[in-house]
Design a binder for this molecule. Sequence first.
Ligand SMILES: Nc1nc2c(ncn2[C@@H]2O[C@H](COP(=O)(O)OP(=O)(O)OP(=O)(O)O)[C@@H](O)[C@H]2O)c(=O)[nH]1
Ligand SMILES: [Mg+2]
Length: 469
Amino acid sequence: MADTIAAISTAPGEGGIGIVRVSGPESAGLMKRLMLSCPDEIEPRHAYLGKIVKDSSRSDAEIIDEGIFLYMKAPASYTGEDMLEIQGHGSNVSLKAILAAILDSGLPDVRMADPGEFTKLAFLNGKMDLSQAEAVIDIIKAKSDLSLEIAEGQRAGRLSENIKNIREELLDVLAEMAVDIDYPDEDYDDDSGAYGKIIDQLRWVHSDVEDLLDTVSIGRIAREGVRAVIAGKPNAGKSSLMNAILGEGRVIVTDVPGTTRDTVEESASLGGVPIVLVDTAGLRDSDDKVEKIGIERTTQAIAGADLVILVIDGSQALDDDDRKVLSYIGNMSTDHILVVINKEDLGRSVSEEAVLEKLPRVRIISTSLIGKGAIDAAKKVTEAIGEMLDLGSINARETNIVTNERHVHLLRKASVEIDEAISMLQNGEPIEVAELSAHYAYEALGKIIGEEVGEEILNTVFSKFCLGK
Ligand SMILES: Nc1nc2c(ncn2[C@@H]2O[C@H](COP(=O)(O)OP(=O)(O)OP(=O)(O)O)[C@@H](O)[C@H]2O)c(=O)[nH]1
Ligand SMILES: [Mg+2]
């Protein structure tokens, strides 16, 4: 018989309510043991209010808490097994006491759940496929509206459906290839050359896989956020800009050039899209030991940026330091550069033309980050970032966006194998080898939804879960 597993499912700490969850054949038995005056016939999905005790069979049963008992009968439950939820007050002490009462109940094979074990059971019992199970942890860990939207679509099975459709197309091609292997003499191909039709079909499948792979960069943004690095000469107003966007005095601002000596990271949301803002030490030639290290960190941050916001003090004509910074940024690989000509309130000594001369094709805005101007400036900058990265076009409600590293890896594998199958057929290699490649692609796609995955992969996937889910 299967084990009965139990865990505290709500987050540790104080809360209005807290939930202990149980799954397995002893669920009903545990309800009878822990609920004072529990009815003999328990109605599934009925909320019973009752006293929670260690052992209801004792006349002097000590009351731990009062709460709601909810019993769900297999297969109509999250895990597909019998389940019990005990909802008590959100106190660490009482929840631990309830869990201890379950584990010490003496009922057979009752044990503590492993992290993610409830969801693993749901997968093993066919309640959801693997990509849906993975979406459950993405929902729990979502840090922005966008990542939540993507995860919810995946949980609802939208990615799975997409993958299943691609696999079906591929299965059709595999069947045709098998016919060709079995009856090589039958010339049923059209005139477009041997295997013309099969090659066309494989191309369709390939482009479907590539469509999904095209979403990976947005997926990474949803997961990790856009990395926007604020760079520029000392005293240009970088930290002022960071504070303006965050709407708080997060970093120190002074009129001393070289105030910021280290990179400072902070997360924010741009219309639901996560963004990681990085304030940096001002770029200039320096002999100061600490400042030099800071500048080294600035250059590293710039190298890893999705977008660089270059802040220039517009009240003073460009000097050699400015020109150095402009050339430096101009040599970077990213085309996402936003130039902010700051200190507009002090008059304008830097023209857009002078900037464009060094940095053609960049977007330029001018700001004043002092006083009330800061709110306007922050708005201008965030709007420009949104437009530059085309964040408004992300439609996570209707399209699948691939965020999971495991899925990315498997999609890439499928793409490579299909590509290989196509070239083999084009080069007149035996169809058997091409079929093998197509078959590997089919397998790789299957692994996304959890077909043909081994215990090891399951363990890696579910070990990322928290206890009680
Ligand atoms: N007049 C005016 N002053 C500004 C503006 N933006 C920033 N300042 C001032 O310029 C000085 C430097 O601002 P910071 O934000 O610390 O500049 P920074 O680029 O972070 O400087 P470092 O950390 O030294 O590299 C401060 O005294 C700010 O108040 C602006 O738009 N107008
Ligand atoms: Mg600063």
